[in-house]
Design a protein around this ligand. Structure first.
Ligand SMILES: Cc1ncc(COP(=O)(O)O)c(C=O)c1O
Length: 475
C-alpha cells in the first residue's frame, strides 16, 4: 500500500507555510489565537492569544523590539552600547533575544524568586545576570529596579530601559497586539483579560480599543497580594503581600499602568492560578506559564458571571516549559502549600515526599556509592533511605559517602564502587506518623534526619528544610 500524503491545513489569510524568514526577529508578533472549548465559559466564548509563540517565548519580545528601536532612533543607544534592565525574566529574554544579535552588552537585574530555567536561558543567550533579593521593596538598595538604575548610571553610555515608564512599551501593544486581536476576532471583542507587570499590555490595549471599540472592557487579573486589584476596587493603595506567580502583580502602580482603563478586577490566589494553568495543559494541550493561570482563572470567572453572550479574550503570556520544575512539579506545589493535600495535624503533613505515593528517592544496600551520590544530586536531596525489598534498613547521607572516600588518594575511585551497605547508618531512630511536630526537635538536635513510620510501614523522611517549609506555609 502506498503512503498517503497528509494534507496540511493552510490558513489562507496569512499562510502558516511560507518562504524562510531571514531572522527569528521577524517572527515576533502575529501570534495565533485559539478558542478554548473544553472549559465551562457560561454564555461566553473565550479565546486565548498565544504570546508564548514569540521566539523569546513571551509577550515581552514585542516591547523589547520596540524599546530598543526607539532608543536607537533617539540616540539613547549607540553601536556597542550597554542595555540595562530590571526584569522578572521575560523582558530580559526579549532584550537579549533582540539586543545580542545587534552587538549590545545586556545586563539584567533579576529578583531571586525567578525560575532557574529563565536564568539559565538568559545566561545562555549571552546576557549578564545579577541576582538580587525579591523580598525587599522600592527604596531598598537591593530592590531590583533601584539596583538596575544604579548599574546603568555607573556605565558610560548605558541605556536603562525602564519598561515601567518607557512609552515604547505600551506603544508596542497599541500598535501591534491590539490591531492583531481586533482583526483575529473579526472586529468583535467584548472583553480583554490582562495581567499587569509594567502595565504596558493594559495601557497599550486600553488605548487601542478605546479608539476602535469603546464597548470593549479591560479586565484585570491580579495575584492575591498585589496592590493593583484592591486599588481598582477601593481606590486605596494598600500594603503588598507576597505571591508565587511570576511576571504579574505589583507593590506600586507603575507609570506605564493606566488603571482607569480597568472596568473589573479579580484577585486570584496562587492555588487557583496553578490549578487553572495545569487544566489548560491537560484539557486543551496548551503549555503556559503560571501567570497565564491567573489570567485564565479570572477570565473564566468573568465569563461565568455574564448574563448575555460575550466574546472574551485573554493571553498565554509565556510558555510553561520555563516552569516545568515548578508549577508542573507535584512536589514543588506541595512544598509551596499549593497542592490539594489532606491535612492530618501530625507528622504526615510535614513529609514532603511520601514513600506510599512513590515520592521517595531511595537506594538499595547493594547499590554503589556512585549510584547513591548520583541519586542525591538528581533528586536535590542530601540523604537517601536505604530499602531492601521494601524494608527500611538504613540511611545514607553525603557525610557517610565522604567518610568512605577520604583517606589515601590511591584507590579513591574504586571506593565509589563500594556498596551502600558499607557506608550507611543502620542504627535508626524512628518516629510514628501520628506524632506531632515537637517530636522532631530532639532528632534535629542529634543532627539526624527524622525517619517516619506509619505502623510497620516506612512513610518518609523529614529534614530541617521540610520543617522550615512547613512552618513557612502555616505561618
Ligand atoms: C509573564 C507575564 N509577563 C508580563 C505580563 C504583562 O506585563 P506588562 O504589564 O508588563 O505588559 C503578563 C501579563 O499577564 C505576564 O503574564
Amino acid at each position: 500500500m502506498g503512503v498517503q500524503a497528509v494534507s496540511t491545513p493552510q490558513d489562507g489569510a496569512t499562510g502558516r507555510l511560507r518562504a524562510p524568514y531571514r531572522s527569528v526577529l521577524d517572527l515576533i508578533g502575529e501570534t495565533p489565537v485559539v478558542e478554548l472549548t473544553r472549559f465551562d465559559t457560561g454564555k461566553c466564548r473565550l479565546f486565548i492569544k498565544l504570546e508564548s509563540q514569540n521566539p523569546g517565548g513571551s509577550i515581552k519580545d514585542r516591547i523589547a523590539l520596540s524599546m530598543i528601536a526607539d532608543a536607537e532612533r533617539y540616540g539613547r543607544l549607540a553601536p556597542g552600547g550597554t542595555i540595562v534592565e530590571a526584569t522578572a525574566g521575560n523582558t530580559g529574554l526579549g532584550l537579549a533575544q533582540v539586543g545580542i544579535p545587534k552587538g549590545y552588552r545586556i545586563i539584567l537585574v533579576v529578583p531571586d524568586k525567578m525560575s532557574r530555567e529563565k536564568i539559565q536561558h538568559l545566561r545562555a543567550l549571552g546576557a549578564e545576570v545579577r541576582l538580587t533579593r525579591s523580598d525587599v521593596g522600592k527604596g531598598h538598595p537591593e530592590y531590583y529596579q533601584d539596583m538596575a538604575e544604579k548599574i546603568a548610571a555607573s556605565i558610560p553610555g548605558a541605556f536603562y530601559v525602564n519598561q515601567f515608564a518607557n512609552p515604547a512599551n505600551p506603544l508596542a501593544h497599541e500598535s501591534t497586539t491590539g490591531p492583531e486581536l481586533w482583526s483575529q476576532l473579526a472586529e468583535d471583542v467584548d472583553a480583554i483579560v490582562v495581567g499587569v507587570g509594567s502595565g504596558g499590555t493594559l495601557t497599550g490595549l486600553g488605548r487601542y480599543f478605546a479608539k476602535v471599540s469603546p464597548k470593549t472592557e479591560m479586565v484585570l487579573a491580579d495575584p492575591v497580594g498585589s496592590v493593583l486589584a484592591p486599588y481598582v476596587k477601593t481606590g486605596e493603595l494598600g500594603q503588598a503581600g507576597s505571591w508565587t506567580v511570576e511576571g504579574i502583580g505589583e507593590d506600586f502602580i507603575p507609570p506605564n499602568c493606566d488603571l482607569s482603563f480597568v472596568k473589573k478586577a479579580y484577585s486570584v490566589t496562587d492555588k487557583h492560578s496553578m490549578l487553572a494553568v495545569r487544566d489548560l495543559l491537560s484539557k486543551e494541550g496548551i503549555l503556559a506559564g503560571s501567570s497565564s493561570g491567573t489570567l485564565l482563572s479570572a477570565a473564566l470567572r468573568y465569563c461565568r458571571e455574564q448574563t448575555v453572550p460575550k466574546r472574551v479574550v485573554t493571553f498565554v503570556c509565556d510558555s510553561g516549559n520555563k516552569y516545568l520544575s515548578k508549577v508542573f512539579d507535584d512536589f514543588w506545589l506541595a512544598e509551596q502549600g499549593l497542592a490539594e493535600r489532606e491535612q492530618h495535624g501530625d507528622l504526615r503533613d510535614i513529609v514532603a515526599r511520601s514513600h506510599r505515593e512513590g515520592g521517595t528517592v531511595l537506594v538499595g544496600p547493594d547499590d554503589t556509592l556512585l549510584t547513591a551520590y548520583g541519586r542525591m544530586r538528581r533528586g536535590d536531596v542530601s540523604q537517601l533511605p536505604v530499602l531492601d525489598d521494601g524494608r527500611l534498613v538504613g540511611i545514607i547521607d553525603e557525610s557517610d559517602i565522604l567518610a568512605v572516600l577520604e583517606g589515601p588518594y590511591d584507590g579513591r575511585w574504586d571506593r565509589f564502587n563500594a556498596p551502600v551497605k558499607s557506608a550507611m547508618t543502620a542504627d535508626l531512630h524512628t518516629l510514628q506518623a501520628g506524632q506531632t511536630l515537637d517530636a522532631l526537635l530532639p532528632v534535629f538536635e542529634r543532627n539526624e534526619v527524622a525517619i517516619v513510620f506509619d505502623g510497620d510501614d516506612f512513610f518518609g523522611l523529614i529534614t530541617r528544610v521540610d520543617l522550615i517549609n512547613h512552618l513557612r506555609r502555616n505561618r
